[in-house]
Design a protein around this ligand. Structure first.
Ligand code: COA
Length: 165
């Protein structure tokens, strides 16, 4: 699998981007200001990520998605690791990401890739989405904000096993 930056004249894979964000105008807004990367297997686009500069020294991994029939095969993790390496190489100090309180799989993925929870934007999904969203039997209400310090290596704490993985 290859991951490469999209060219300025290539059409972004909107169907894929919509898996992570339901609003076309919102996606178009950040695609223009950010950098879009695509993961390819034999010339087929299988994943996408968007890196957006947000504040001085800080970027956000604002969208990440993998084609549904290839979920759970490590492509998402490769895209997150690629975004971390790219942001680091571009001199960012911090990489941020946000996800819903009900997005348990995504929360697991991001923490496995070194992100730590830094805050909660309470009622974000109530304020921004007209219809209630449910995942994993939970209503998606709050946005969990996570960040990773790109300067210090992330701390690997000794593990206390709470549950079977
Ligand atoms: N249930 C629970 N956790 C799972 C899982 C599942 N079915 N599949 C994967 N994971 C977790 C595991 O912790 C895995 O880590 P491991 O490799 O150590 O086991 C980790 O996620 C990485 O899995 P990976 O296979 O790389 O993820 P993926 O290729 O399926 O991509 C997404 C992950 C989130 C990008 C993908 O599911 C997706 O496109 N979802 C729809 C769009 C979306 O929600 N984007 C994020 C918005 S915040």
């Amino acid at each position: 699998m290859d991951i490469r930056k999209m060219g300025p004249h290539e059409a972004p894979p909107m169907e894929l981007l919509l898996l992570a964000d339901p609003s076309v105008p919102v996606i178009e807004g950040y695609i223009e200001r950010g950098e879009c990367y695509i993961a390819l297997i034999e010339r087929e686009i299988v994943g996408v990520s968007v890196l957006l500069p947000t504040r001085p020294g800080t970027a956000e991994l604002i969208n990440i998605a993998v084609v549904e029939h290839l979920h759970g095969q490590g492509i998402g993790k490769r895209l997150v690791q690629h975004a971390i390496a790219t942001a680091k190489s571009q001199g960012y100090k911090t990489l941020e990401i946000g996800t819903g309180n009900s997005s348990l799989h995504q929360l697991s993925l991001y923490q496995k890739c070194g992100f730590r929870i830094i805050g909660v934007d309470r009622d974000y999904f109530i304020r921004h989405y007209p219809e209630a969203i449910f995942e994993n039997g939970l209503q998606c209400i709050d946005m969990i904000r996570l960040a990773q310090d790109l300067i210090a290596d992330s701390v690997c704490l000794p593990q206390i096993k709470m549950n079977q993985e």
